[in-house]
Ligand binder design. Structure first.
Ligand SMILES: [Zn+2]
Length: 87
């Protein structure tokens, strides 16, 4: 399934500042497009995942979603937000 850029932008806008899982966001945003269908993160295309990755990230420590530019630049193994990296 390849969702449109607009759908993914809506999804990332929804996730940012929340601590929902990606699957929850997909259910809340993308699955509402057609009530008969249910999606999860396995249904996203590589383009969709790349777009999500370029817009938001999920902090491995606090589990909140942040805009991609708040990603800490020092952390290689885990994706951690600037706030958590300072602690
Ligand atoms: Zn964090």
């Amino acid at each position: 399934m390849n969702f449109t850029k607009e759908q993914i932008t809506e999804l990332t806008g929804y996730l940012e500042g929340s601590c929902k899982s990606l699957d929850e966001g997909i259910n809340d945003i993308l699955s509402t497009a057609d009530p008969l269908l249910e999606f999860d993160s396995d249904d996203l295309s590589m383009q969709n995942l790349d777009q999500i990755d370029s817009e938001v990230f999920h902090c491995a420590v606090c589990s909140w979603w942040f805009a991609a530019d708040e990603r800490s630049g020092d952390t290689v193994d885990e994706t951690v937000c600037v706030q958590c990296d300072n602690h």
